[in-house]
Design a binder for this molecule. Sequence first.
Ligand code: FAD
Length: 378
Amino acid sequence: MSRERRHVAVVGAGPTGVTAANLLAERGLDVVLISREREPGRPTICGEFIPEPEWARSILPEHLWWVVDYTYELLDLPRTTLTRIDVLELRLGSRRVVELEFPSRVFDRARFLRAAARRAERLGSELKLGTTVSGVELQRDGVRLILKGGREATSLYVDWLVAADGVFSTAARSAGLGPYREVALAVNQKRSRVRYPEDRLLMWVDSRVAPGGYAWIIPRGRGTANVGLGYPLPSPRSAAEYFSNLVARLPQLSDSSPEDDLRGRILPVAGLRDRLHVGRLLLAGDAAGTCIPSNGGGINTGMISGALAGSSIADGGGGAAYESAMRAHIAPILGRALRFRRIATLLMKYAPVWDLASLILPTRLVRSAVTLSDWPGA
Ligand SMILES: Cc1cc2nc3c(=O)[nH]c(=O)nc-3n(C[C@H](O)[C@H](O)[C@H](O)COP(=O)(O)OP(=O)(O)OC[C@H]3O[C@@H](n4cnc5c(N)ncnc54)[C@H](O)[C@@H]3O)c2cc1C
């Protein structure tokens, strides 16, 4: 086995990992970004929805607004935006529709990830794509990673490891942090000939389409849309069954046809893990549990955690500084979202109860549950 030593490794070229790698490289650290796919962002399994930066500012204290500026600069929305969304149309059960003003975008996630990975490379990071981390070993002064890319496994020794390798984080498991506790399955398919306005987004919260979860139409422009649904596991039926039921129920989809396969991924939906660092290993993004439990959105919070992990390493605060920033500023938002999800899941158990509850829910509460903030003012 060959022996190589670097300063920082970031595992995972998702939104979280590319953010951490860019920030670390920009601060002049010797970084290697490792990911198992050959092309960042492929295949895309995502609704590609992102709120305007004002939303991200509204959930963070002012001294962290630099993180928002940093992450939105990387997202490069002037180049990656596909459509602008003004209104969220929320269908609660079968009888209530709430329209919320929520300025946001649908963006080309694959284009963003490709560009951000290349940007990290231009800043001096090494990209190791098509490479899987099959295990990590914590050491007194760093971390050893076992990499599988070609025929034989190689060892890489680093001072710091940012594990942004998703909810099933190999790094977390091999460092003894155990599996993540509560997960949901979300599936999505790009479809064409969708009859739905391009400046709106449909969220349908109803157990008849997604038990304990919700379904969506997220327009991508030119009559195409991301159509999908997410629900907590375990669940009695398969995602394919739920999805064909959804397509049959929505008249907006009656003439639509698939543009790619129905693909899914598991998401963490119970808030942050109990520990976000051990030794010189920092967990970030879905690997840390940053997905918002009530809506499954994880790009923003993942990127924020990637920036915080990178800056904590670059500033010398290490895992402890990172963990305390995350507990102080991200955990409360996720905790709030989790409480909303628990209440909704309970009410959604019986469709007639949910229909009734939906009719009396104050709009302000619905807004809070979806946006987790008062922006842009209810
Ligand atoms: C169907 C669906 C729709 C969604 N829609 C939205 C949305 O509209 N808006 C939103 O904000 N969020 C959405 N999300 C959630 C969002 O996609 C995730 O929260 C976000 O991608 C988390 O980013 P991440 O970088 O932490 O992890 P990931 O995006 O999961 O990236 C992990 C990376 O690590 C790599 N990796 C994993 N294991 C290894 C290993 N052992 N070795 C090397 N590389 C490894 C993977 O290949 C991948 O590149 C959606 C999720 C799903 C499934």
